[in-house]
Design a protein around this ligand. Sequence first.
Ligand code: ADP
Ligand code: ZN
Length: 584
Amino acid sequence: MKEKWKAVINWAQKRKIPLLSVAVMLSFAINIIATPAEEEPKEVSYQTFSKMVMNDKVEGVEIDLGSPTFIFTGTNEKEYKTDNPKDEDFKKDLLEAGIKVEEVKGKTSDMMVTVFGGIFQIVLIVVVFKVLMGSLSNSKNMKRTETSTGVPGIDFTSVAGNEEAKEEMFFLVDFLKNPEKYQDKGAVLPKGTLLYGPPGTGKTLLAKAIAGEAGVPLISTTGSDFMEMYVGLGAKRVRTLFEDARKKAPCIIFIDEIDSIGGAREGNSHSENIQTINALLSELDGFSGSEGVVVIGATNRIQDLDPALIRPGRFDKHIAINPPDQKDRVAILKVHSENKALANDVNLQELSKLTIGFAGADLSALLNEAAILSVTRGHDEISYADINDAYLKTVMKGHEKKNQADRKKDELELVAWHEAGHALTAKLIAKSEVPKVTITSFTSGAGGVTFITPSGNPLPSKVYMENRVKTLYAGRIAEFLLLGDESQVTAGASSDIEEATKIIHHMIVTYGMSEKFGMLNLDTLGITNHANSLVLEEASEISKKLYTQTYDFMVEHQTELKAIAEALLEKESITEEELDNLLS
Ligand code: ADP
Ligand code: ZN
């Protein structure tokens, strides 16, 4: 035994590692070995949890408020883990159902304290800190990122609706399954795929499903994980991420909220941000696409992305993930009620009509809420009354979206015309692609969305920017054309106006695109402010000119405008194909 200790000491001295650290590490190791390995809680779906609650199979629940998951114990004394719904009434509902609820905070760190005790912990922190500092250059193993890896256990059947998006993804699945097939043919694959659309519409779910279908690991991370206080660390993490992915290939890298790294660099002097996005760009440039790594990014705000990120050779495939229309909502409700016992009086068709404005995530939350309500009421099945009450509860919580039942007919009409205005001009003036137009209400002011695929042009031209402004103005102009009265237009266009103002400001100040000032960068001259009367004068001149041109154009095309608005009122959302038909 003595010999062994000597060997350890020798080893440490040779490597100039302080003996104290060795002692701490050894005791750490001994502790781990000596602590009986606790069985990891089995991960189950939230539906399974709801079902177990309904069947009185749940003994107690431990809620860690800050954690994305929670642990519960079954009546079989086994521990399970599932998604934390983070619902304010969750605890109350469980208690009413007679389930023990314990709130815990940072359970793991509490355990650490008891295991190592006071002084030991301080020593440990010092050592860990030193090790960390010493290995920043090799931060991969030390730094805990939010990255998670694994082959997801779901496939496309878990993603309802979004048929077009799924179709587009099939070939990625095929590629991941047989990369050789594509390599042999020398096929060029899109380097990065961008999923964009409102929150809760299933972008993450879709990425998981692709990995699940292909049976490859999904390396999942969030843009904000790369935003570090220390300059250079974010960039390093990007490189580490890709290195890791190449080793695991075939696999998928999923970067959620990519706008938090890839937000437009313009006027953003945060050097960390720039370094990180540059690292991401050079990783994308440097890989051939035949390495079996598929990169998928997701964002709610494609318009805020750095144009460099979405141009050819980077995230060059853009797929709109639309808010579900009525047909899709039926499909989503079906998926989420599959393992729930629904009473005969529940009509999903009817429910889908009531839930205009609900994203997939909202629909799933609604059914869970209803399931919990039915349990607390002692029912075996979820009745329509349970769903109705859950619906009222959800809507009353005053999420940003409106209760669609309260949307008056004339409000819907106004929204339809507003979106029709955007769609018409995006198509006919800007010649953009418009994958989908919908009057399904989301967070955007006017209560609808027109999906416009931005051109990946790295250097937007003057015409391009003017057309963008015209497309933005068209929403409000359409409202005016419907009402015939400027005093009745709504504030729904405020975000359009804000964006248009920014574009005009850049044209004047940054790009030398105004007649009044010529090719000057006003920033350099220190007169960038809107409050500056000269800039204001020029901006309002450009604005009025573009408004008038758009107005005239739309009056000329009023028939088409009306046709689009009517189609929207009838179908709630229309596809590019339908739009093209209306315009031809
Ligand atoms: P996003 O990434 O777009 O914000 P998520 O993928 O995180 O949305 O969706 C959250 C949850 O909402 C999913 O885990 C799923 O339960 C439900 N959901 C969203 N969209 C769908 C869909 N199309 N089909 C089935 N469930 C969906
Ligand atoms: Zn608008």
